[in-house]
Design a protein around this ligand. Structure first.
Ligand SMILES: CC(C)(COP(=O)(O)OP(=O)(O)OC[C@H]1O[C@@H](n2cnc3c(N)ncnc32)[C@H](O)[C@@H]1OP(=O)(O)O)[C@@H](O)C(=O)NCCC(=O)NCCS
Length: 328
C-alpha cells in the first residue's frame, strides 16, 4: 500500500505545512505518550522556521493521494567544525497511517540525503517501549545512550540548598543574552559541558566562545523563548551555571537546559546550589510555572543525585539511537 504515499522535500515550510506538521506530531504524541503536554502550533512553527545555531534543516512531507499529510521528517545538519559529520532526525507518522511503510520510506529518504551531505552518523530519539523504539530496534540503529526524563513539581521541590553559603562565590543571574563582562568566562564554563556523558554517541564537540554564546541566546529569542541563567562566580571566573528555558506561549512547564560546573570547582555542591536557587527564581518571577522537565544520561550519577535531592521524579526513559551511514 505504500505506493499510495508521496514523499516530497520541502525547502521552506509554509504556514499550512507547519500546521499539518503540528497535527501529525500532536496525534502521534497523544497516541504514544498519553497525558503528556502537547506542543502548541506556535511552538512547532517557531521550532521549524527559526534558523538554528550552527545547523540547517531539511524537511519532507509524506502525503496521501488526497493531499493529506500523514508523515513528516526533519533532518538537522550540524555545520560547526567538530560536529559536521552529524545529523539529527525527527520522524513522525500519524497513528492512522502506521505499519504501511511510511516511516521506512521517510527514513530512507532522509538517510540518503544525509549521505549525499557526506554525514557519517544519524541520531534520533525514541521513548522506551513505544512504536518508535520498536521501529529503531528493528532497523540498523544502535542504542548509544539511555536518558531518564525527570519532572519536578515546583511546589514540592526541596530548594533548601539555595540557603547554603559558599564563601568566595556569589550568584549572578540574567535573562536572555549574557552581560558582556561575563561572556568570555561563560563561554569557558560552557566548554566544561564537553565532558558530559554521551555514551557511545558519535556526537563530536563544538567549542564555545563569547560570540557563539550570544548567537545561541539570539536563536532562542528569535523563537520567542525565554532563557534564564544563574551562574556561580568566584571573582571574575565562572565556576558553574544553570539554564532554564520557558518556550514561547508556555504557561506551566519550564525546560532545564545546561547545568555545568567547571572541573576546578567541582565537589563542593555548586550544582545543587545553582539548581535550588533557580527553583527559587522561578517561584519568585514566574509563579505560573508548576513543573520543570529535564533529562539525564543514566550514567550521569552526580547530576541524577542532584536532581533526586531537589525532588525530580522519573517520568519515562528515552533512548538515543544512532545509524552509521555508509560511504562517508
Ligand atoms: C516510528 C514510526 C515513525 C514508524 O512509522 P510507520 O510508518 O509505522 O513505520 P513502518 O510502517 O515503515 O514500520 C516499519 C517496521 O518498523 C517496526 N515497527 C513499527 N511500528 C511498530 C510497532 N508499533 N511495534 C512493533 N514494531 C513496529 C516493524 O518492524 C515495522 O515493519 P512491519 O510493519 O512490517 O512489522 C511511527 O511509529 C511514529 O511516528 N512514532 C512516533 C515518533 C517516533 O517515535 N519517532 C522516533 C523513531 S524515528
Amino acid at each position: 500500500m505504500s505506493q499510495q504515499i508521496h514523499i516530497a522535500p520541502v525547502a521552506w515550510l509554509s504556514a499550512e505545512q507547519t500546521a499539518a506538521w503540528h497535527a501529525v506530531v500532536s496525534a502521534a504524541m497523544e497516541h504514544d505518550l498519553p497525558g503528556r503536554p502537547l506542543p502548541s502550533a506556535k511552538q512547532v512553527h517557531a521550532q521549524l522556521t527559526t534558523p538554528g545555531l550552527d545547523s540547517r534543516r531539511l524537511f519532507w512531507l509524506a502525503t496521501e493521494t488526497d493531499g493529506s499529510v500523514v508523515g513528516v521528517a526533519g533532518l538537522r545538519l550540524f555545520t560547526a567544525a567538530g560536529q559536521d559529520h552529524l545529523v539529527e532526525l525527527e520522524l513522525h507518522v500519524h497513528p492512522a497511517a502506521r505499519r504501511r511503510g511510511v516511516g521506512t520510506q521517510l527514513l530512507s529518504t532522509a538517510a540518503f540525503a544525509a549521505q549525499v551531505e557526506q554525514r557519517r552518523s544519524l541520531l534520533t530519539v525514541a521513548t522506551d517501549g513505544t512504536a518508535g523504539d520498536a521501529f529503531c530496534t528493528g532497523r540498523d540503529f544502535r542504542r548509544v545512550l539511555t536518558l531518564h526524563q525527570l519532572l519536578l513539581s515546583v511546589a514540592e521541590a526541596d530548594d533548601s540548598a539555595a540557603d547554603a553559603e559558599y564563601p568566595g562565590y556569589e550568584l549572578a543571574g540574567w535573562t536572555g543574552t549574557v552581560p558582556d563582562h561575563l561572556a568570555g568566562t561563560f563561554a569557558a564554563a560552557k566548554n566544561a559541558m564537553n565532558d558530559m556523558p554521551t555514551g557511545d554517541m558519535d556526537y563530536g564537540q563544538s567549542d564555545w566562545d563569547a560570540d557563539r554564546v550570544r548567537k545561541m541566546a539570539q536563536v532562542l529569542a528569535d523563537r520567542g523563548d525565554t532563557l534564564l541563567t544563574l551562574a556561580a562566580l568566584k571573582g571574575d571566573t565562572m565556576g558553574g551555571y544553570t539554564e532554564i528555558v520557558i518556550r514561547a506561549g508556555e504557561t506551566r512547564q519550564a525546560l532545564q537546559y545546561d547545568t555545568a560546573v567547571v572541573p576546578a570547582h567541582r565537589g563542593h555542591g555548586l550544582g545543587l546550589w545553582l539548581k535550588a536557587a533557580m527553583v527559587r527564581t522561578l517561584k519568585d518571577t514566574y509563579p505560573a510555572i508548576v513543573e520543570i522537565e529535564t533529562d539525564n544520561a543514566d550514567d550521569n550519577t552526580h547530576m541524577l543525585a542532584v536532581n533526586r535531592r531537589l525532588g525530580f521524579r522519573s517520568q519515562q526513559i528515552v533512548h538515543e539511537y544512532q545509524l552509521d551511514l555508509p560511504g562517508a
